[in-house]
Design a protein around this ligand. Sequence first.
Ligand SMILES: [Fe+2]
Length: 367
Amino acid sequence: MKSVLSERMTLHLHDIEHRELEPGAAAAVRSLAHDLRHRLGDETHTTTLHDPALLAEIEQCVGELPDSVRDAVRPPATAAGATVVRGLRVEDPEFGPTPRDWRAAAESAHSGSLELDIAMLLLARCAGDPFGWQGQQNGRLVNNIVPAVGHEDEQSGASSSTLLSPHTEDAFHAQRANLLMLVCLRNPDRVATTVSSVRRVELSDEDLAALTTPTVPILPDVSYGTDFDHPAPALPTVWLDETGSATLRYDPAYTPLDDADPMFRSAYARLTAELARVCHAPALAPGEILLVDNDVAVHGRVPFRARYDGTDRWLKRVNIRLPERRRRAQESSENGYGQRVVAPFRASTDRTAERGSTDERGSVEQP
Ligand SMILES: [Fe+2]
């Protein structure tokens, strides 16, 4: 019989973690971001955040932040694969009206948005290597997620009135993020983000065997455009890593399930039902950071009615590579449908690793 203690520990492992960024650490992040913006000015940095001077400052200054910042943004520690970090101070007026789309957000003249971008790059650099995608939001290193007119029913972050189905971020690509960092600027209607972990689902051995067999491809989502002319290799949906723990590549909206055999489709449907069963739905409040382990948990968003009056829900997102993570060796041969990462911090992380680290940073599986 299980002891009460072990049951409590099991329950705890399944909960979403909550962490606090202590006030001094939160203030240090905001203050450093403020200083960097003033030192560099706004003009050249706003649109893509690629400016070498900005990136060099971030690289140089990130070590000044207290260790408690790195501790707060480390990858989720429980089987839930997601963590809410509280304590980053934001004031609604500093961001101006919610922009009409990601393009307008990137060109926003409101300094508060740029300052939060810089704060996010600092936080993301504490966690790993922040990166963007050339084909998504102009390769911007911090993406803006706002509802956009005409995209209400799309399976992308610009949608609103439709359920954004649970998915692995950029599941189609071998260089997808290990960790997603989402920060909430405003969310007046308390619209919930959903997260579900593959480490909480229960599957039969038969279903697991089907889902670990490469059967169908995963295609790029609509935010990358729709003009692709690349072979689409079949991928496993679930992969057990070297420790035997399950990882997931899941994006049903972009998976041609009709091409799969009935046994696979049934197993996929049971996985989908299990992910729904174990779903958490935190409604992020301004200043809250959601960390999602993109190898373990899928995320989505409940439907909502967009306001389009400048007060809409507004999140920012950073993709982060964790250099110490290994992925399936077979993924290194995937072509990624021509999509390329913008990864300005990667070379410096790998150089640091070469200078004497004994871990597996810079592994060939994830160049
Ligand atoms: Fe997503």
